[in-house]
Structures are given as C-alpha cells and as structure tokens.
Design a binder for this molecule. Sequence first.
Ligand code: DQA
Length: 143
Amino acid sequence: KRLLLVNGPNLNLLGTREPDVYGHDTLADVEALVASTAAEAGLDVRAVQSNHEGVLIDAIHAAREDCAGIVINPGAFTHTSIALRDALLAVGLPVAEVHLSNVHAREPFRHHSYVSDIASCVVVGAGVHGYAFAVQQLARQLG
Ligand code: DQA
C-alpha cells in the first residue's frame, strides 16, 4: 500500500523559513522521515509539495488510483481552501492532517481548519515528528 504525502505552500522553504516557529529540518528531511516511518509499517510513499492549490488538488485526485491514505500539511490553505477540502472528500481516502506548529496557540485565523473535521487524525505542534505520528496512525487504521 502507498501513502500520498502532501505539503502545501511555503513548506518548500522549511529549514530557513521562520525557524523559531517551524524548526530547522528541511522538506527533504520531512520526506525522508515519512518514507522511513512508512517503510517500517510496510508502506510506500509518494511525496508532493506545491505552492499552487490546483497542483495539490490534482495530486489528491491522482491518489485515488494508487494510494490508501493521505498525510497532508496544507499550510495556509488549511485555513482558506474549500477546494482542497472538497478534493479530499471526493477521493474519500483516510486523511491525517499535520501542522508543525501549534496552530491553536497562534493567530485566531489559524484556529480554523477546513480539513480537521474530515481527517481521521490531526497532529499539531509536534514539529516534524508529527508527520511520523500521522504515518503510524494511518498505518494502524489501514491495518
Ligand atoms: C502550518 C501552519 C499554517 O497556519 C501555516 O500557514 C503554514 C504551516 C504548520 O505546519 O504549522 O504554512 O501548516
């Protein structure tokens, strides 16, 4: 089985972007951590990062063909994108939502997520380890 790992806008800058908020690990580190955590559970990973909403939506649609679950950090689209939510609903795969920072301890506009109520698991504020937790939870759920 395969997981789709989706990282949204600005996450390509991980490691240099507001390191006090998001840490020093890079996107490559995150993708490697997800791949190794998934491998321990016998799962493959396809990773996508984009700053463009439509590219993320296309990647989610494609997951319908060959993925069993989706790990997603939608970045700021978390708080704005009904289209991303609808794509996840359309595909119907189990979703684990990850945020590096504790969005609930930040500005009020980060407190609402268009994804959380359709996710089977939400991890916030655990830094890059949150991605590993999300993979482990999806692996458990997928059996
Ligand atoms: C984020 C939190 C979002 O509010 C923000 O827009 C991001 C990153 C996180 O991982 O903590 O880009 O999703």
